[in-house]
Design a protein around this ligand. Structure first.
Ligand code: PLP
Length: 764
């Protein structure tokens, strides 16, 4: 606390400068906390001459000089002082005072300009962003630097701030003292244990407004960072915490500090944990300042300015403490980190806001919409801190947030994202990898952005290539939201378009087993109904999983029979693999498993693991014929980021053996569901393949009355119990299970236990 700077007479400074550095010029004494600093202006330039504090450890002086050398080598343009040698080439010289004290002296280049502290009117968002960016650049330049003295005990070492708790008694205001002690205790007990596991390096630790230099001619840019006297080795985030300190910015609202963090993040990306501790560390730094100022006021009570500063600091701490929870969220928003899952968000308010901006009828599940902000593997995390076993979402096929997909997408996004009118490597690689998983004649790809678009394009191709206009679909099918998709969709109770005819889906739970002969005659009948209206089929589109038709057991010869009938009538066959593809049914492709040879395959949902990506795959001959007549281009379809996502998903599928896992876990799931059916009478039938499961729920096993209301209630109860499932089928009474393909047998055990408990609740 008590470190008076040396007070060497100016004549002695002048003679030392001449003798040791060969410099002669005008000298101006500058303010300093520990050393005696003199500005030296010569004919050739401006310098800073330092007479180091007599108590200063020589190793610490060496640390500062070596750090400046390191920075100069790493980022020569960075506007920080350069450490300059003596005439004999040494890093330091010596000076002997009249009273015999020997001081170490050193010389640096002078960074010209004023500081932000002396120009508060220039403290704009742009300048604050620039200060964050400059500090990040400095931290990058310091990366890899180490010196034994960087582990020194330093009164301003952020990571040692709890040591200051023994000085807080000097804070004269009881409420301010309580605040400061509360902050320091929280930092000691909660924050430092977290920062101990974060990125560490030697940090400047003093980039406050008094050490950030600006040139008034360029007021939105930082012109330099000075004062390397507080450097220590510690958590990297401490550097930003000091720079985002409110001290010295009396008129800035706390949100103004986000600019500094945003600027820093733009050069050296922050980690999520670092963002989360930043507000507590800013408070900690202010509590440190309040304590040190109070202790010094107690030592030298004659400096009234210090007391005004103290009072201002107390009130800034009070303000920041009151806004700290909002600040934490605001900081995440400013740096675009996702929202927290610690129960601090107001879901009801968010729901109301969503209705305001997205419409009151914007679809959502559950009476009280589920508010999730995070997902990992088979789990989704609610904003309330609850976790949910995700047996509903078939899109994150390799699991939520799979690191390989995350890395692939972020790396590609950082490198390039454009469109397929240019040539780039990964669209070709992706098309190659994808078509290699399909039959030999399915060897070309068109990239779009969703399952709906893929089906729309497949329909266009079918019409152009066949020259026909009729469309055949399964009963209660769903194929998308474009006009073509709506026409193909018979599951929504809309009037059927005049070019569309339905084929009944199999349902051997309620009706007799559908044979190939029956399927063929049903298809022929549909074709005849089209003929009555003067049309022949251009296409049949079929989802081999028949999800919306209630996930029926599809007999092996069913799809080959209907497909052959349509092809014989001149139509193309489109396998909509949006639900059934990519290993969902325990084989790579649903149509292959069920023995069908389509002309076109459409993909969506799982292929990008959540990144929007749709693909149309067909034969070279069909594509050539189509492209001869139609020029089709999608702005986003096949962009490098989507292809990176697609490639990464394929990598994971292969590396983790997910098709095989889907088959094996699917068998286990079916076994467990059948076992459950023995004790749960609501279960009328168990169906599905691979990791697609369907449970038909009935009020009575004899009458097979659909248990529509109970299914709805079951979804709610399951959510309360921590598992997410869906419903489907004409009467919305088929429980639909589609967990990620990384699901393990213990996930299934948890799921079965939750389902059992929920069925008991609904049945009682
Ligand atoms: C079988 C099938 N096809 C197409 C689609 C439409 O895909 P998207 O929602 O990506 O447009 C869906 C969506 O649920 C689907 O289940």
């Amino acid at each position: 606390m008590d470190r008076n700077p040396p007070q060497v007479p100016t004549e002695l400074i002048a003679s030392t400068l001449l003798k040791t550095y060969g410099l002669e010029g005008s000298l101006t004494e500058l303010d300093s906390e520990r050393d005696q600093n003199t500005r030296v202006v010569t004919a050739d330039g401006t310098y800073l001459f330092k007479v180091c504090n007599a108590d200063e450890d020589l190793e610490v002086i060496d640390l500062q000089i070596k750090a400046l050398h390191h920075i100069a080598a790493r980022d020569p343009e960075l506007p920080v002082p350069r450490a300059l040698p003596t005439l004999s080439g040494d890093d330091t010289g010596q000076l002997q005072d009249q009273d015999g004290t020997t001081y170490v002296v050193r010389l640096m280049s002078f960074v010209p300009g004023d500081t932000i502290r002396t120009h508060p009117e220039l403290d704009t968002p742009a300048l604050r962003r620039s200060s964050g960016a400059m500090l990040a650049r400095l931290d990058l330049a310091l990366r890899g630097f180490f010196h034994p003295a960087a582990n020194q005990d330093h009164p301003w070492a952020m990571a040692q701030m709890p040591k200051l708790l023994k000085y807080t008694e000097s804070i004269s205001d009881p409420s301010a003292r309580r605040n400061v002690e509360g902050i320091l205790e929280k930092v000691r007990d909660e924050v430092l244990p977290r920062t101990a596991r974060m990125r560490h390096q030697v940090v400047h630790q003093d980039a406050h407004t008094g050490n950030l230099v600006i040139a008034p001619s360029r007021p939105t840019e930082i012109a330099g960072i000075i004062d390397f006297g507080d450097m220590v080795y510690g958590p990297l985030i401490m550097d930003l915490a000091v720079a985002t300190d409110l001290t010295g910015r009396p008129s800035l609202s706390p949100e103004g500090l986000f600019d500094v963090a945003v600027g820093y993040d733009s050069v050296l990306p922050l980690e999520e944990g670092e963002v989360d501790v930043l507000v507590d560390l800013i408070l900690g730094r202010m509590a440190m300042t309040a304590t040190i100022v109070a202790a010094r006021n107690a030592l030298w009570p004659l400096v009234p300015a210090y007391h005004d500063y103290e009072v201002q600091l107390w009130s800034q701490i009070e303000t920041l403490l009151a806004t700290a929870p909002d600040m934490r969220i605001g900081l995440r928003r400013a740096t675009r980190f996702p929202m927290p899952i610690d129960g601090t968000l107001d879901s009801a308010k968010l729901r109301a806001e969503r209705e305001r901006v997205m419409g009151e009828k914007s679809p959502h599940f559950y009476k009280e919409t589920l508010h999730v902000e995070r997902g990992k593997g088979v789990w989704l995390y609610g904003s309330n801190g609850n976790k949910y076993l995700d047996f509903y979402n078939n899109v994150p096929t390799v699991g939520h947030g799979h690191p390989h997909v995350v890395n692939a997408v972020s790396r590609q996004l950082a490198a390039l994202n454009t469109h397929t009118r240019y040539l780039y490597n990964n669209s070709v690689e992706y098309a190659d990898r994808l078509t290699a998983t399909l039959g030999d004649d399915l060897d070309v790809c068109l990239f779009v952005n969703s399952g709906s678009e893929a089906n729309d394009v497949a329909w266009q191709i079918s019409q152009v290539v066949s020259g026909n206009a009729g469309l055949l679909v399964m009963h209660n099918a769903y194929h998308g939201i474009t006009q073509a998709g709506i026409d193909m969709t018979t599951a929504k109770g809309l009037d059927r378009a005049t070019h569309v005819e339905e084929i009944p889906a199999p349902d051997d739970y309620r009706r007799e087993m559908t044979t190939a002969t029956m399927a063929t005659s049903d298809t022929k009948a549909a074709i005849e109904r089209l003929a009555v209206r003067g049309m022949t089929p251009a296409a049949l589109i079929v989802d081999s999983a028949m999800c919306s038709s209630g996930i029926p057991d599809v007999p092996d010869d069913f799809l080959p029979a209907i497909a052959a009938t349509v092809q014989a009538a001149g139509g193309l066959v489109i396998a909509d693999e949006v639900q059934s593809g990519f290993g969902r049914l325990g084989a790579m492709w649903g149509h292959e498993l069920l023995g069908m040879r389509p002309d076109i395959v459409t993909l969506g949902k799982p292929v990008g693991n959540g990144h929007p990506l749709g693909v149309v795959i067909t034969s070279r001959a069909i594509l050539d014929e189509f492209q001869a007549q139609v020029r089709l281009f999608s702005t986003f379809g096949g962009n490098p980021v989507s292809c990176a996502a697609g490639l990464a998903v394929l990598d994971v599928m292969e590396r983790e053996g997910l098709v095989e896992n889907s088959r094996a876990m699917g068998e286990y799931l079916q076994e467990q569901l059948w076992k459950l059916a023995e004790t749960q009478p609501l279960i009328g039938d168990v169906r599905g393949r691979g990791l697609l499961g369907g449970l038909e729920l009935v009020t009575d096993r004899t009458t097979k009355e659909p248990a529509t209301a109970a299914t709805l209630e079951l979804l709610e109860v399951m959510r309360e119990n921590g598992a997410l499932v869906g419903k489907d089928g004409e009467h919305a009474h088929i429980l639909k299970l589609r967990p990620p393909l990384v699901t393990t047998s213990s996930d299934i055990d948890i799921f079965i236990a939750l389902l059992d408990r929920s069925l008991t609740t609904v049945s009682s």
